[in-house]
Design a protein around this ligand. Structure first.
Ligand code: RTP
Ligand code: MG
Length: 147
């Protein structure tokens, strides 16, 4: 089953958006495979955003993403990479559709609340940066048993 890496950025954590964002992924029907609150080192941030190393906003991006804890997650489901990008919305919140996470919660491109992998290859790479194999849970959901 396909997996993606999703990360609530420091602005989203500070603004108490973890619960609402997790809820959107749960309600969509995806399965949470891993999640943790973690503060990124400069090295981890530079590795994660390595593709942007030459961009003018790179230093600003690394400074921002290391400025406080992020909530790192792995979500699983059919077409989860593509569908998560739709849930998240356009990179620039000014262009993000209302109803998307960035469209509803963000204003600035530099503080756009959430990250989601842009391809299955990126997802595999990013999951490997943030989680060990033991941290990824494999389980079935059977709601009838619990209530
Ligand atoms: P992300 O990787 O964080 O999920 O965002 P994305 O795929 O939608 O966008 P990407 O092109 O990968 O850019 C990574 C992050 O860099 C910041 N950015 N700033 N100042 C700028 O023009 C600019 N452009 C991009 C954004 O915070 C973006 O999420
Ligand atoms: Mg990206």
């Amino acid at each position: 089953m396909e997996r993606t890496y999703v990360m609530i950025k420091p602005d989203g954590v500070q603004r108490n958006l973890i619960g609402q964002i997790v809820s959107r992924f749960e309600q969509k029907g995806f399965k949470l495979v891993a999640g943790k609150l973690v503060t990124l080192s400069k090295e981890t941030a530079e590795t994660h955003y390595g593709e942007h190393r030459e961009k003018p906003f790179f230093n600003e991006l690394v400074t921002f993403i290391t400025s406080g804890p992020v909530f790192a997650m792995v979500w699983e489901g059919e077409q989860v990479v593509k569908i998560s990008r739709h849930l998240i919305g356009a990179t620039n919140p000014a262009e993000a559709t209302p109803g998307s996470i960035r469209g509803d919660y963000a204003i600035q491109v530099g503080m756009n609340v959430i990250h989601g992998s842009d391809s299955t290859e990126s997802a595999d790479r990013e999951i490997g940066i943030f989680f060990s194999e033991e941290e990824l849970s494999t389980y079935e959901k059977n709601t009838n048993v619990w209530v």
